[in-house]
Write a protein that binds this ligand. Structure first.
Ligand code: ADP
Ligand code: ADP
Ligand code: MG
Length: 672
């Protein structure tokens, strides 16, 4: 075993690797960028080396600098995590040349699996079933068009060098092919520096089922069963679980053996994942009819590896370290078995109700459920951030991974829902409530899985406020009263209780909920009894009744309008964030007396919703635009985002040139 390794990554995966290394008595070296000087992963390691600026190309992708850091600190091996340099064969080679062990497969295996088209050609030879399609070298657009027509629509154009859900275009009709091809090639060259594409039949209602494989340097290779990653948005994973619902023993074995064959065809060593797309010709009810096709192999540790750790009882990072130091695989195939059911949810800084637009900001409140970290447990929470940390625009938007393990799927599901309810994030848009809605959706509950699940369940996933105005408002007002009481302390002259001090019997609040104004009136009765009445902006009553509040630790137990609920409320300026076991919500709360005379700022203007790069304008000066029309395309956090017109107008001026960096809130163009 190594005595010291360098972790060439950041965030949760760097912390994850450090945890296992520490348990095994292996010292760790962190590397960090400017933005990460105070990051959790730096504190998690024994030593840390600064390697450059915040942008990945100035730090985490600078492999000469990273190799130098390893030599300087006496590390014997480098763990690349996922993303960044993990699938870079030049880096793997450079490590070897510098006398360092790359904790991953041989450079030749990375290269063989690095391009989707080439790897498919290789897999065809190894007898692994492939999605019907064209993966030839000839990239003549007319030829690609003919191939697509022959495959039959819909087809999927994929950047051969693509990854992370980028560089894919679904095409419905032959006449749309040429434009989709051009746009896919553009994204491919920009993102991956390679515009080669392949064309595949678009499998309808498919499942994404992948097999975890592991090889050692002695020529052994095993599979650690499957993970179902069908719940996706933008071709990116949202929930991952194992075992795959409906999986039969026979199919598991066939897929496992195909994955091992794929790995062995490229001389694989270390952790890898063979991704299959699975057709369900018999629908959800006939899983035995499922047909699987090779999609790609990820030659690294996968984000969702904890799901496999949960159901196998193995520590995959430990396996990686052992195999990389020359030891044989810790287990033989016949020694591996599945225990219970595990599900992972990716908690991301993004706004699901606005096309999953990534968000940046500070984790003003960050409360987690009772959990383990980086090791197995009924509830495991892996992250690389702490309360107060920023989610910056430089790296991807994943905040944390929540992994639950239960005896069966129903228990895992219940644990996931409960743990999500106890995950409280304030300060930036996030998908925690959205994840709860997915977990609670009929399709997910019944394990009717396919990659269109989120689309199909739209109605119960987006723009949901399950808590409702009454409870949210009652909780916000209860918290306000509680905070005032705490502030007043024992001083009788500062009491703000309406009845006793001001001689007031009533108090009003202006509320802002669901994008609309509402009003609340609080009536103080005898012996501290409170009556709360809620009305819309015009004064029409919407809810009312006795409000009772009781402190319970950091939470409040309240009853209002026939509901009884344990709530936790966090204050962010004038907004109150309300968390309850039933759901969460937020509401603006204003005491109009405290704000008399303040002008309200008018919204408007076309500003960058986040920091990033302006890719292109879709309009010209002088052009008349309709609300919702795409005006510009930005790239931020590794994704492209369309910026739409907030209102009708005429484009008066374009304020940036394509390719320029823009800061958050910067005006992009002027509309008149
Ligand atoms: P997994 O298949 O392990 O679930 P993802 O596809 O979500 O992984 O990607 C894992 C990590 O690697 C994420 O941080 C993702 O943003 C990053 N990533 C994957 N492929 C690329 C790529 N080609 N370019 C940049 N980042 C990538
Ligand atoms: P990436 O390298 O970006 O992970 P993949 O080839 O693994 O690219 O595809 C990502 C996702 O896109 C898959 O999980 C699946 O949801 C979808 N997908 C890929 N190929 C197909 C296909 N032929 N038909 C339908 N969906 C597909
Ligand atoms: Mg993939």
């Amino acid at each position: 075993m190594f005595t010291k390794i360098l972790i060439a990554n950041r965030g949760e995966i760097a912390c994850r690797v450090a945890a296992t290394a520490r348990r095994l008595g292996v010292k760790t070296v962190a590397v960090y960028s400017d933005a990460d000087a105070q990051a959790k992963h730096v504190a998690a390691c024994d030593e840390a080396i600064h390697i450059g600026g915040s942008a990945p190309k100035d730090s985490y992708l600078r492999w000469e600098r990273i190799i130098e850091a390893a030599k300087q600190t006496g590390a014997q091996a480098i763990h690349p995590g996922y993303g960044f340099l993990s699938e870079n064969e030049d880096f793997a080679q450079a490590c070897a040349a510098a006398g360092l062990v790359f904790i991953g497969p041989p450079a030749s295996a990375i290269q063989a699996m690095g391009l989707k088209a080439e790897s498919k050609r290789l897999m065809a030879k190894a007898g692994v079933p492939l999605v019907p399609g064209y993966q030839g070298e000839d990239q003549d657009p007319a030829l690609l068009q003919r191939e697509a027509d022959a495959i039959g629509y819909p087809v999927l154009i994929k950047a051969s060098a693509g990854g992370g859900g980028k560089g894919m275009r679904r095409v419905e009709r032959s006449e749309d092919f040429a434009a989709a091809l051009a746009s896919c090639q553009r994204e491919a060259i920009n993102s991956f520096g390679n515009d080669a594409v392949l064309v595949e039949k678009y499998v309808l209602r498919p499942r994404h089922i992948e097999i975890q494989v592991f090889g050692d340097s002695l020529g052994h290779c095993v599979y650690l069963f499957e993970r179902d990653c069908s719940v996706q948005r933008r071709h990116q994973k949202v929930l991952e679980e194992a075992p795959a619902p409906g999986m039969t023993e026979a199919l598991r074995q066939r897929m496992g053996e195909a994955a091992v064959a794929a790995a062995q065809a490229v001389g694989y060593v270390g952790a890898g994942t063979v991704e299959f797309i699975v057709e369900q010709p018999g629908g959800y009810e006939a899983p035995e009819q499922m047909k699987f096709y090779f999609m790609e192999m990820n030659t690294r540790l996968q984000v969702e590896h904890p799901v496999t750790e949960a159901i196998t009882g193995q520590d995959l990072v430990e396996w990686q370290l052992r195999v990389a130091s020359g030891e044989p695989l810790p287990k033989r195939q016949d020694e591996l078995q599945i225990i219970g059911h595990a599900i992972e949810a990716r908690i991301c800084a993004e706004n699901p109700d606005n096309q999953f637009l990534p968000a940046t900001g500070r984790l003003a409140v960050y409360r987690k459920p009772a959990c383990t970290s980086f090791e197995r447990g009924a509830v495991r929470f892996d992250d690389g951030v702490r309360e107060g940390d920023a989610i910056s625009p430089f790296y991807d938007s994943m905040i944390a991974k929540l992994i639950v393990h239960g005896e069966d799927r129903a228990q895992a599901l219940a644990r996931l829902d409960a743990a999500l309810a106890q995950t409280h994030i304030v300060g930036l848009a996030n998908n925690v409530q959205f994840l709860r809605h997915v977990v609670q959706s009929p399709s997910f509950g019944k394990a009717q899985l396919d990659t269109a699940l989120i689309e199909r369940e739209r109605a119960v996933l987006f723009d949901q406020d399950r808590l409702g105005l009454a409870l949210t408002a009652a909780a916000a007002i209860a918290q306000q009263l509680q905070a005032e009481r705490a502030q007043e302390g024992a001083d009788p002259f500062s009491r703000r209780d309406g009845w006793q001090s001001h001689g007031l019997m009533q108090r009003r609040f202006a509320l802002d909920w669901g994008g609309q104004p509402w009003q609340a009136q609080l009536q103080y009765g005898r012996a501290g009894a409170l009556q709360l009445a809620l009305a819309d902006a015009a004064g029409a009553p919407v809810a009312g009744g006795l409000l009772t509040v009781q402190a319970q630790g950091a939470a409040l137990l309240l009853t209002f309008a026939g509901q009884r609920c344990l709530v936790q409320v966090d204050v962010e300026g004038e907004r109150r964030h309300v968390f309850t076991p039933q759901g969460a919500g937020s509401i603006g709360l204003r005491d109009p007396l405290a704000h008399a005379g303040e002008a309200t700022a008018a919204a408007g203007g076309l500003n960058a919703p986040m920091p990033g790069k302006l890719l292109s304008f879709a309009v010209e000066v002088g052009q008349h635009v309709r609300p919702g029309q795409v005006l510009a395309v930005m790239e931020a956090m590794k994704m492209e985002h369309s910026i739409c017109a907030p209102q009708e107008g005429v484009v008066a001026e374009l304020l940036y040139a394509p390719g320029e960096q823009v800061t958050e809130g910067a005006p992009l163009l002027r509309l008149e």
